[in-house]
Structure formats: C-alpha cells, structure tokens
Design a protein around this ligand. Structure first.
Ligand code: ADP
Length: 409
C-alpha cells in the first residue's frame, strides 16, 4: 500500500509518499508561498535527487493537484498513475476532546474537524481545506486524520484543567489540550524499543524542541502532562513565543501601552521567546553563534530557554516519581548539543549525567548521550511524525477494507 502523507499549513503544504511494504519514503517535498504566482515546489525523489518548480498556485486545491501531478511526472515522479495512491493521511492540528485517536475521515468526522476550527483558527482551516481538496482530486481514496492533540487526551483532569471557573471548561472547552502529540508518541515508542521494553513498562520525559517547543511526561505509554496548553503559546520558551508568563502582564501591557488584544497576541506569539529576549533572531543557530562570540543578550536568551526546560524536566521527574529516560528531539533537540549540555548540567541530583563527548558527537542522529554512571538514559531521537501518520492510516484503511469485505461476503 502506498500512502500520501499531507501536512497542510496556511501557505505551505508538506508531503511524503510512503510505500508501506518497507516504510520507504519514495518521494517527499513541500510547496511554499501558496496563494501567490511565485509558489515554489521542492520535490525530493530517488536517493536525494530533487526538482524545483515555481508556478502560480492560488489555493490548496491547486497545490494538491500539483503534488499529485509531481508524483506522476514522467521525469521526477515515482508512480505512473494516481490510482497507486491508496490512502491519504493528514496531520490535523486540533481534535479537541472529540478525538483521542486517529480516525477515518467520514462526513461526520469532517463536521467535527470543522467544529474544532474555533479552537485552532490558525491551523485547522488549512487542514480542512486539504481534506476537501483530496476528496475532489482523489475520489474514493480513503483519508485518515491524525491529530496533534490526540496523544495527550490521556492526561488526567489534574493536568488538563486550569484553576479558573469550572464553567470555562464545561461550557467553553477551555482546558489544556497539548500539541506535538504525534512527535511525543513517536519518540517515546522509539525510546521503549531502545530500552528493550514495551511503552507500557517505561516512564519517559520527551522534549520536542523545534520552532515550537513542548515537553511531555509519558507514563506507561500514556501522556500524563505536557507543557503546551489551550494553545501552543504556553510552556517552554520558543523561537518567537513566550511560553509561561503571568497572565496579568497582558492587562498591564494593554492599559499602560494601549495595545489591543490582537496586538498583544501578536507580541506574545510572534515577537517573544528567543527572538524577543535576544533581539537577534528566532533561529537558535544564529543566537548560539552570537553567544559564542560573546553577545550577552544571546547568552541570556539561551540561559532562560534552558532554565525553563530544566524546571519542567524536574517537575515531570517529580510527578512521575522518577523516570527511565529523557529524550531530545526536533531541530534544536536533535542538533544543539550546547542546549542539551546547559540544560542537563546540575541534574545529577535526579540521576541525569551526560557523556560530554557522546553529546557533542550526536548531531541529527539517534544516540545515547548519557554517561555510564547516569541513572537515567538520555537519548537523542530524530522525530518522524510522517511515519506515525502513515502507520495509523494503513491500520485504519486495512481495518476498513476488512469490514467492507465482511459486509460484502
Ligand atoms: P519546526 O518546528 O518548524 O519543524 P524544526 O524542528 O526544524 O522546526 O526546528 C527549528 C529550530 O531548530 C530552529 O531554532 C533552528 O535554529 C534549530 N536548529 C536546526 N539545526 C540546528 C543546529 N545545527 N544547531 C542549533 N539549532 C539548530
């Protein structure tokens, strides 16, 4: 079975086309600047060969049409007919409380995903557009939704409720949902493999550190807490997001500086975090370069980033009464050995001790970076959300095919 995995954003679509026989990525790529006549498709196929095409792509329908025609292109395509696409798996950002697992997309599911738009107005509409476009362009091909929030639906109320009037939850759905669930799930399952245990037998802390950052406490294969909240703004310091702050700061900024709510929203989401503190960039590579050249504000941004992360690691160690492993993933987690080093320094008290050389040498690959004497194993595990999406899609579509066969028989 060959599966198309799609991640539809506002102006970009990322895709992977995976053969499930051996989980091989046959092709992958992305279209950026959708909505302009200068949209750029970058397509990778066959051992790193690539093709780049600039064209007029006004909307998601056209973008997905281009993805399909690229996959079937005689020069750089990987299939001869679109009928070889047996299923589509979509990354959907928000499933609210309606979805604790991946699901086959039916008319009823589409309605529910649509209902979740008010919880994720910046993301779900584009996921929804992608689903609609596929239904038109690949009629009859089953589609599956894999939600970023689903893995965290196992959190207990003690983790997901805020101490605000209960009616905010009951009537208005205000609660912690958590995000990056597919990534936390992938790396925690992978850690179980590396520890030669089942996910149900281990307790792990997973740090997804990309442009957005979140950390999760995962006990016996179930997320029991995570740092992102009602929205992805809460928790760790991120590229441009502030993470945890005193909510009263919002009222203070509004009254003292006369900023509107949407201006403050913009300030906290787009101009805070590493960029806000350093005044340099949201790109950690640039900040580390400046820090290592002696820039104090860059150092401050890095120190605050690592300090917040360290506090969460200790909190989750405490709530789980100890852990088996700590995992770093995503752009920063996989590549920034300095961040891992600063964060883990002084955590010998909870049994974490890095091996300096292993940490320095593990860049962008999987590896154990803790010292032999460390009570807790520390791993770098490159994330792979697409493989989880393709596996869930395959499982659901195969189950659907079995059921249909039984009905026919
Ligand atoms: P996204 O959340 O958009 O998927 P990524 O997971 O790609 O983001 O992570 C992007 C972050 O990773 C950026 O802050 C970038 O600076 C950082 N990063 C990527 N490579 C390195 C590296 N070699 N060293 C330090 N930081 C890196």
């Amino acid at each position: 079975m060959k599966i198309l995995v799609l991640n539809c954003g506002s102006s970009s679509i990322k895709y992977q086309f995976i053969s499930m026989t051996n989980e091989k990525v046959l092709a992958k790529g992305q279209i950026e600047r959708i909505g302009t006549n200068q949209a750029v498709l970058t397509h990778y196929f066959e051992d790193g060969k690539s093709a780049k095409v600039v064209s007029d792509i006004p909307d998601h329908n056209k973008a997905i049409e281009v993805v399909i025609s690229t996959l079937t292109n005689t020069d750089y395509g990987v299939i001869s007919d679109k009928q070889e696409i047996k299923a589509v798996g979509h990354r959907v950002v928000h499933g609210g409380e309606k979805f604790a697992n991946s699901v086959l997309i039916t008319a009823a599911v589409k309605d529910k995903i649509h209902d979740c738009i008010e919880l994720a107005p910046l993301h779900n509409p584009h996921n929804f557009r992608g689903i609609k476009a596929c239904a038109e362009l690949l009629p009859g091909v089953p589609q599956v939704a894999v939600f970023d929030t689903a893995f965290h639906q196992t959190m207990p109320a003690t983790s997901y409720l805020y101490a605000i009037p209960y009616s905010e939850y009951q009537v208005h759905n205000v609660r912690r949902y958590g995000f990056h669930g597919t990534s936390h799930r992938y790396v925690s399952e992978r850690a179980a493999k590396l520890l030669k245990k089942k996910p149900e037998q281990i307790k792990v802390i997973t740090c997804h550190l990309g442009n957005g950052c979140s950390i999760s406490a995962i006990e016996n294969g179930r997320s029991i807490d995570t740092s992102m909240g009602f929205t992805p703004l809460e928790g760790l310091v991120m590229g441009t997001r502030c993470g945890d702050i005193d909510p009263a700061i919002i009222f203070y900024i509004a009254s003292r500086q006369g900023l509107s709510l949407s201006e403050i929203d913009n300030l906290l989401n787009k101009h805070s975090g590493l960029e806000g503190i350093s005044g340099i960039s949201n790109d950690l590579r640039e900040i580390l370069k400046q820090m290592n050249a002696g820039n104090d504000r860059a150092k401050l941004a890095v120190d605050i980033f690592c300090y917040r992360l360290k506090k969460y690691i200790c909190a989750y160690f405490g709530v789980m009464n100890g852990v088996d492993a700590l995992i770093f993933t995503a752009g920063i987690g996989e590549n920034a050995d300095q961040i891992r080093e600063i964060t883990c320094a002084g955590l010998e008290c909870i049994g974490i001790k890095l091996d300096a050389a292993k940490n320095r040498n593990t860049i962008g690959t999987e590896g154990l970076i803790s010292a032999k004497s460390s009570k807790i194993d520390v791993f770098v595990i490159p994330t792979n959300e697409e493989i989880i999406i393709s596996r869930d899609t395959r499982k659901i579509v195969e189950a659907m095919n079995r059921t249909n066969r039984e009905i026919v028989e």
